[in-house]
Design a protein around this ligand. Structure first.
Ligand SMILES: Cc1cc2nc3c(=O)[nH]c(=O)nc-3n(C[C@H](O)[C@H](O)[C@H](O)COP(=O)(O)O)c2cc1C
Length: 394
């Protein structure tokens, strides 16, 4: 019996299986507002077979957007468009739908170039604004030097996270994830490489964690307990003077105390030029395992989990509670359905597409040569018996 397709729970949220679509920026919003592209993108992923889909990094204030095309949830118009998207997306499947909240910090105001590994600064004459950060240290040479946040600015952003969480709740999302990794504002505060403050927001690990924990506290007070609440943690800066895995474990314990339900363990991107071990399949899974061993939080693993058997083994061996997939889902938006066929699990399939269901046609072996459909379902001379099958000529 597949463990990957076993039911899971995150806080008060029941999830049909352990497969999660990881948040992926689409750089397709207009003034932070979702467009038809977002509905098509998310709608497609709602039919991927994943039990949970998490929408892209969504800014809590306009200057917290990474690019002019980044999604936001800071205006009534942003909220209205997302609420409409949620209603429609939820008609497509029973997958749960979450939203990632972010502030881009010193990496704000970059060009909208999704095909590049790392963005580049947006020129002032193309609409760039002044990024903010804990300290006036730029991300890279030729990038804008951010404005150092004062106390008032810090409190404004903490409040913006709570307001955006309330908007996300009203819009109907089942889960929110705070983005605390990848070199964005919260990570800027956590890492000694980007935080050189000497007040209560910088210096010791306790002080560097303060901004994140204040945000978590403010969001916890407005986000319903029956929904799920998580945090994308930077597991390590891969730098001897940076944020380490030991720091991440202490931080995760503090997040648990603050009432969080889950963490997803990512890493890197605090600054260019840091030597990072080559990414190999499942390279960040051990970070999630560390969290399982040291906290009571639900742990999600992400990063190069592309093979069905690999994902199954991570869950079956208790290395993580959920697996989050980004590129494999873009490449194959029926990844979960193909995984189910390969691992012998029976999951819902869009009725309109039923004739293409993996176990209903010979092409299945073409799609995934390594997959072994369960013998009991590979009966090609038998018409599909599921009630929602459509007439052949429909
Ligand atoms: C197109 C694209 C956009 C991404 N946008 C986000 C994002 O909005 N928030 C985030 O935390 N990670 C983002 N990521 C990182 C992924 O969520 C994921 O952590 C990373 O791609 C590793 O997983 P994978 O090997 O399954 O792709 C993005 C990745 C891709 C490919």
């Amino acid at each position: 019996m597949s463990q990957l397709f076993g039911e899971g729970r995150i806080g008060g949220l029941q999830v049909e299986n352990r497969i999660v679509v990881s948040p992926m920026c689409q750089y397709s919003a207009v003034e932070g507002t979702a467009q038809p592209w977002h509905l098509i993108h998310i709608g497609n992923l709602m039919m991927s077979g994943a039990g949970l889909v998490i929408m892209e990094a969504t800014a809590v204030e306009d200057i917290g957007r990474g690019t002019l095309g980044c999604l936001g949830i800071y205006s009534d118009e942003n909220e209205r468009a997302l609420a409409e998207l949620v209603v429609t997306a939820k008609k497509l499947s029973t997958a749960k739908l979450g939203l990632q909240l972010t502030h881009a910090g010193r990496k704000a105001a970059t060009r909208t170039i999704p095909d590049r590994w790392r963005g580049e600064p947006l020129p002032l004459d193309e609409g760039a604004w002044k990024p903010v950060a804990p300290s006036a240290i730029c991300f890279d040479k030729h990038w804008q030097v951010p404005e150092e946040l004062d106390e008032e600015g810090i409190l404004r952003i903490i409040d913006a996270f709570a307001c955006s969480a309330q908007r996300a709740d009203r819009a109907g999302f089942d889960l929110i994830e705070i983005h605390g990794a990848h070199g964005y504002l919260i990570h800027n505060f956590l890492s000694p490489l980007s935080n050189r403050r000497s007040d209560k927001w910088g210096g010791s690990l306790e002080n560097r964690m303060r901004f994140a924990l204040e945000i978590v506290g403010a969001v916890r007070s407005v986000w319903p307990k029956e929904k799920a609440f998580g945090f994308r943690v930077n597991s390590t800066d891969w730098h001897p003077e940076g944020f380490s895995l030991d720091d991440a474990v202490i931080f995760a314990q503090a997040l648990e105390q603050a009432g969080l339900d889950y963490v997803v363990m990512s890493a890197g991107n605090i600054a260019p030029g840091i030597s990072i071990p080559p990414a190999t399949p499942g390279h960040q899974v051990p970070f999630a395992t560390s969290i399982k061993e040291n906290t009571g939080l639900t742990a999600m693993a992400v990063g190069m989990i592309g093979r069905f058997e690999q994902a199954e083994a991570i869950i079956a061996n208790d290395e993580a509670d959920f697996v989050a997939l980004a590129r494999p889902m873009l490449d194959n938006p029926r990844w979960g359905i193909h995984a189910a066929a390969a691992l012998g699990a029976d999951i819902a399939y869009p009725p309109q597409y039923m004739r293409a269901r993996p176990n209903n046609w010979l092409g299945f072996t073409y799609v995934h040569p390594e997959a072994k459909p369960p013998a009991s379902t590979l009966q090609l001379d038998r018409p599909p018996s599921v009630a929602w099958d459509r007439p052949r000529d429909a």
